[in-house]
Design a protein. Structure first.
Length: 703
């Protein structure tokens, strides 16, 4: 299936976009979502898929392929956060390959050489390729671009040639997946009995009264639950409490905050620099050299937001003056110099509602004009402009109330710009404005302004100095060096007045400890090197040092009581409360009498149009058992038994039942059921195959 000699090196960007798009299709997920960090490991096995071991080297190779696709697509090296997600994407790709290869082989699904050639240069060029090779003037697929690089792949470098070979495999895999998904989705079928049932579910309507008694109607203090009952509940419901590898940690945090001396030093330094800024003749060069801020020199025109530290501390800006230093909310000090103040290009702000009439003529165009004129009249009579824009606007500004932001006269077509800039006051322009795009209703929100500033900003961060860092580290290191086990950890922390923080049920792939980010190194230590009771060395996180001790380590499987105590306690307690509520209301004949027993918390409501296919009871929440029960009642006036839902106890009274009417055929319901099932098939099969593959993930030992 090699096409190396038929494809040329065009641009890495275009091919990269194709690669990323196909990765999304084959694997799913977001390549830019945050996940874990690559740190290396001790074992050569990163996991198992369908009984086959996945080596560290194979996984790294897949990461490199995915990373290369990202680089070709974006033209840059991925950040650490993006690398985390690329690693996850690579793992998912390995799962997909292992899971589906055997399925393709069993079904005899293949992609021939001729078929693959057709995907990249024939009549059925792959959609991702067509989207990237477009004529910039027409926006249409440009076959000449394709031909031009098909003819000279031999001139491409080895890296690009190897990369295209990877794309060939991806094209083939994508086509195989489409064939497989289509084969399964077209096998879905709903028979006439299923269609009839769907019709009944959709069109059976009940008028019901429903009493809702929440579990908090019974005080927790009135319900006693023993550990043996909690353990028994877990043993009877193991599937509810499946957990992955996890740990409990205790740790002491040594915050890296600037000292008083650090603050004084920064203040002194920025005061000196501020005086130099005040007298320098080259403001931009000075702040570029001395500022630690991201934008040391900026131009602010009409509508641009000036620095908050400047506007909140200075009432009037004078050209040549220097203001500050001021403390920011970013833990830094800033000073600003108004380098120049002048009249720039006039800009104004307006909103509009576009009624598109491009390419329309005659009666069709006149109809659009009349519609626009009618809306203008409504606005003149009091209709909110933003609401009208959201309802009638036919361009991207509609979703923001028609707001065009600040713009110069040259930014818009002449007819629109002339009318807008000639306005003498803010507010609605009381006539339609016609342009090549259609008819506009315009509201001026800010008249033209010209005032422009060039501002030099000097910023110094307020952080811990090296001396402060060393001092904090010495304290953390002393604590770690003199703490040999969990008992000493507690004793030494109490002696030094350090707060012990708990991080419980930490997943093997977690990156954070409570609110401490980028704590992956600590978590890897706990899973790979630590035993229960062991105390760590000092770990440096973003703004803190921590010393940790491993309290518990949990294996994958059914959770222990310690891991899920609160969850199980709530469930068992609610079960007991349900029986108590049932017992209390059992001798009452009406919903009103039952409500009176819990008058402060129980609610009694009516739903006149409850459908059999509903799962939510208005005013109560998710209650499928209760809804099913009411449609099981035989006669108006019948009251259901108390129904135990997750939210509380529900009792229902049937007022009337309108059964679904008979119809001639149920084909439309059959088609809808078939369509719904076929749309779910791909996902459901993927989940089933992954489950059967018994994926074991050991990557936490490496990354």
């Amino acid at each position: 299936m090699a096409l190396i000699k038929k494809i040329r090196q065009r641009t890495g960007l275009a091919i990269g976009v194709i690669a990323v798009g196909l990765i999304f299709f084959l694997v799913g997920g977001d390549i830019l979502s945050p996940n874990s960090t690559l740190l290396g490991g001790k074992s050569n096995e990163v996991g198992e898929i369908a009984g086959e071991s996945i080596s560290y080297e194979e996984y790294i190779q897949k990461i490199e392929e995915t990373k290369f696709s990202f680089q070709q697509n974006t033209g840059r090296t991925p950040s650490e956060a993006e690398m985390n997600s690329i690693r996850e994407q690579a793992w998912r790709a390995l799962i997909v390959e292992r899971v589906f290869e055997s399925q393709y082989e069993a079904l005899g699904l293949t992609v021939s050489d001729a078929e693959l050639v057709d995907l990249v240069q024939g009549k059925n060029i792959i959609a991702e390729l067509r989207q990237q090779l477009t004529n910039p003037q027409t926006g249409e697929f440009d076959r000449t671009q394709l031909v031009s690089f098909l003819q000279s792949l031999d001139a491409a470098g080895p890296e690009q040639r190897a990369y295209w070979a990877q794309q060939e495999r991806m094209f083939a895999n994508a086509r195989l997946r489409i064939k497989y998904d289509n084969l399964l989705s077209t096998s879905e079928y709903a028979n006439s009995k299923e269609g009839k049932l769907e019709h009944k579910m959709t069109n059976s309507i009940a008028d019901v009264d429903h009493l809702f008694i929440p579990f908090y109607a019974i005080s927790d203090s009135l319900v006693q639950v023993s550990d043996s009952e909690l353990k028994d509940y877990i043993s009877k419901n193991p599937d509810k409490f499946k957990v992955s590898n996890a740990i409990d940690l205790d740790y002491v945090s040594f915050e890296l905050n600037p000292s008083g001396e650090d603050s004084a030093t920064v203040i002194s330094e920025i005061r000196e620099l501020t005086e130099e800024l005040r007298s320098t003749s080259n403001d931009s060069l000075f702040v570029v050299r001395n500022s630690e801020g991201l934008q040391p020199f900026s131009t602010f025109g009409p509508g641009d937001v000036l620095p908050n530290t400047l506007t909140s501390n200075v009432d009037e800006f004078v050209e040549g003056e220097t203001y500050g230093p001021f403390l920011t909310n970013r833990s830094s000090y800033v000073s600003h110099k108004i380098t120049s103040k002048f009249d720039g290009t006039p800009k104004m702000r307006a909103s509009h509602i576009l009624f598109g009439a491009q390419d329309l003529e005659g009666d069709a165009k006149e109809q659009v004009r009349q519609t626009a004129q009618g809306v203008l009249k409504e606005i003149q009579e009091g209709l909110n402009f933003a609401a009208a824009a959201a309802q009638y606007g036919q361009d991207g500004t509609a979703q923001r109330g028609g707001d065009l932001g600040w713009f110069a006269k040259a930014d818009f077509v002449e007819e629109f710009a002339n009318v807008s800039f000639e306005a003498k006051s803010t507010g609605l322009i009381n006539r339609l404005v016609e342009t090549e795009y259609g008819f506009h209703i315009i509201s001026v929100t800010d008249l033209p302004q010209t005032e422009t500033y060039k501002i030099a900003t000097l910023e110094l961060e307020l952080g811990p100095s090296d001396a402060t860092r060393n001092d904090v580290f010495r304290k953390a290191d002393f604590f770690a060096a003199n703490t040999g086990n969990a008992k000493e950890f507690v004793a030494n922390a109490e002696k030094e007045g350090y707060r012990i923080i708990q991080a419980n049920n930490v997943d093997a792939f977690a990156r954070n400890l409570n609110n401490l980010q980028n704590a992956r190194e600590v978590i890897r230590w706990a899973f790979n090197d630590a035993s229960v009771g062991k105390v760590s060395q000092v770990f440096e996180l973003d703004n803190t040092y921590i010393v940790a001790t491993l309290k518990n380590k949990y294996e994958e499987g059914t959770a222990s009581l310690d891991q899920v105590r609160q969850q199980v306690l709530t469930q068992v307690r609610n079960d007991k409360k349900a029986e108590m509520i049932k017992e209390k209301i059992k001798d009452n004949a009406s919903l009103e009498e039952m409500q009176a027993l819990f008058e402060d918390v129980a609610s009694l409501d009516n739903t006149a149009d409850l459908r059999l296919n509903a799962s939510v009871l208005p005013g109560v929440g998710f209650a499928p058992k209760a809804i099913g029960a009411v449609f099981g009642l035989q006669n108006p006036g019948d009251i259901s038994r108390p129904i135990h839902e997750d939210v509380g106890i529900i009792v229902l009274k049937l007022n009337s039942l309108t059964p679904s009417p008979e119809i001639a055929d149920y084909n439309s319901y059959q088609r809808q059921l078939t369509l719904n099932a076929s749309q779910r098939t791909s996902y459901m099969i993927m989940m089933a195959l992954e489950d059967l593959a018994n994926v074991k993930d050991y990557r936490y030992k490496f990354f």
